[in-house]
Design a binder for this molecule. Structure first.
Ligand code: FES
Ligand SMILES: [Fe+2]
Length: 380
C-alpha cells in the first residue's frame, strides 16, 4: 500500500453533522467528522494521550473529543485544544496533537490525502469529466471485497478476462477465432490504460436492448494512481458508459470500492435500477474470481507467473507501482504488522514536514530506490 495519494474515506452522506465515523485505510485507523460549519475532517484515530479511539468520542464544535479523558483535538490541524484534567489554565504539551489530513469532498465522496507531500507536489485526484455535465445519467455502487486491492486493479486492466468471466460481453471460450489484438498503451501522468475492440454478443438485458451497434464494441480501462480506475464501454459510436472506481484499501486483504457509472443512453431514471443490477452482476462475476486468486497478494516476483502480451497493461501498472515504491511511498506492511500489538503508527501528514514532536512514529516505508527493479516484495 502507498502513501501520498488521495483515498476515499466515506460517502459524503455517511458523514452526518454530529456523529464521528471510524474509517480504516491502508491498515491504519482514522476518524472522520464534520465541524460546526459542515467541513469534513479526517484525523488519525488514536488518541496520543493513552490510545483511545477518537471515532468513539464526540464532536464538540470544531474538535473531536476523546471518550476516555475528554481531550479535544481540532479538526483543522489535529492540535489538542483542551485537556480537562489540567484545569482552565493548564499548559497543553506541544506533543499533544494527531495527524490531520488534507480533505476534499467531491463526487459525493470524502477524500483524504494520506501522506506528507506539500500541496504543489501531490498527485491529483482522478478527474471525472462527465461530472455535472448534461446528457449523462449516473448510477453508483459501493462494494466491500475480501481481496487485495491490487489484484482487483489488475483485473480491471485485464482485457483477456472479459471473454471468459462476463457472459454479457464475451462468449466464454466459444469462439474459435478469439484473440486479444495488440494493445496500444495510453500513458498518462498518474496511470496507464488501453482501449481495444471487443467482439461481444447482443446484450440480453432489457435495459441494454437496442444499445449495442453493429460489429464490435470499443472498450478499455486504465488506472489513476495505485487504487483508482476508469473503464470506458462504447457499445456503439454514440452509446457510451464511463465508469470510475475509487478504491479504499482497508488493509492488504480487504478493500472498499466506490463505483460511479455514467451513461449517455437511456438516461431516464427508470433505467437506473436495471443498470445498477447489471453493474452489480458484472462486479460479482469479477469478485468470485478475484477473491480466489492465490496467493492473496500478487507474487513477490513476476517469475512466479507466466505473462503474455494481453497482460501488457498489467505489466505497465506494476512498473508505475515500482516508481512509487522507488520514491519511498510504499508502506512496509510486514514490519507494521509484526509490531501491531505493541506499537501503533500513523500515516505522516503534511504538518510533519514543518512541526516536530509527534507521539506516534510514521508508518515504516520501504526504502526509496532500494528495491531491485522488477522485484516486488509481498509487502502489499
Ligand atoms: S486516551 Fe484520549 S483523553 Fe485519554
Ligand atoms: Fe471484469
Amino acid at each position: 500500500m502507498y502513501i501520498n495519494f488521495w483515498y476515499p474515506a466515506c460517502l459524503s452522506e455517511e458523514l452526518t453533522a454530529d456523529k464521528p465515523l471510524y474509517v480504516q485505510m491502508l491498515g491504519c485507523a482514522f476518524v472522520a467528522f464534520r465541524d460546526s460549519a459542515g467541513q469534513a475532517h479526517v484525523l488519525s484515530n488514536i488518541c496520543v494521550h493513552r490510545g483511545a479511539s477518537l471515532a468513539h468520542g464526540k464532536v464538540k464544535g470544531d474538535a473531536i473529543e476523546c471518550p476516555y479523558h475528554g481531550w479535544q483535538f481540532q479538526g483543522s490541524d489535529g492540535v489538542c485544544s483542551k485537556i480537562p484534567s489540567l484545569g482552565k489554565d493548564g499548559k497543553i504539551p506541544a506533543r499533544a496533537k494527531v495527524d490531520s489530513y488534507p480533505v476534499q469532498e467531491k463526487y459525493g465522496l470524502v477524500f483524504a490525502f494520506l501522506g506528507d507531500l506539500p500541496e504543489a507536489e501531490r498527485p491529483p485526484l482522478m478527474d471525472i469529466p462527465e461530472w455535472g455535465q448534461d446528457g449523462w445519467a449516473i448510477t453508483r455502487m459501493n462494494n466491500t471485497w475480501k481481496a487485495n486491492y491490487l489484484r482487483s486493479q489488475e483485473n480491471t486492466l485485464d482485457p483477456a478476462h472479459t471473454e471468459f468471466v462476463h457472459p454479457s460481453m464475451g462468449y466464454q471460450g466459444g469462439r474459435e477465432d478469439y484473440n486479444v489484438p495488440d494493445l496500444k498503451v495510453i500513458e498518462r501522468d498518474w496511470g496507464v490504460g488501453t482501449m481495444t475492440t471487443f467482439v461481444s454478443p447482443d446484450l440480453p438485458s432489457a435495459a441494454m436492448k437496442g444499445v449495442k451497434g453493429e460489429g464490435g464494441m470499443e472498450a478499455g480501462a486504465g488506472h489513476h494512481g495505485p487504487a483508482h480506475t476508469w473503464t470506458y464501454l462504447h457499445f456503439s459510436p454514440k452509446a457510451h458508459a464511463h465508469q470510475y472506481s475509487f478504491k479504499r484499501p482497508i488493509d492488504r486483504f480487504n478493500f472498499q470500492s466506490y463505483f460511479i457509472q455514467f451513461r449517455n443512453f437511456k438516461t431516464e431514471a427508470a433505467v437506473d435500477a436495471p443498470m445498477y443490477e447489471r453493474s452489480l452482476a458484472v462486479a460479482e462475476q469479477d469478485r468470485v474470481v478475484v477473491e480466489r486468486l492465490a496467493p492473496v497478494l500478487t507474487p513477490a516476483s513476476s517469475t512466479e507467473e507466466v505473462m503474455v502480451k494481453a497482460d501488457l497493461v498489467i505489466t505497465k501498472f506494476r512498473e508505475r507501482l515500482q516508481e512509487w515504491e522507488d520514491k519511498g511511498w510504499r508502506i512496509d506492511v510486514d514490519k507494521m504488522d509484526a509490531l501491531k500489538d505493541k506499537k501503533m503508527f500513523s500515516i505522516p501528514s503534511p504538518a510533519r514536514r514543518t512541526t516536530k514532536g509527534w507521539a506516534l512514529d510514521p508508518v515504516p516505508l520501504l526504502p526509496a530506490k532500494g528495491a531491485a527493479l522488477g522485484e516486488r516484495r509481498a509487502a502489499e
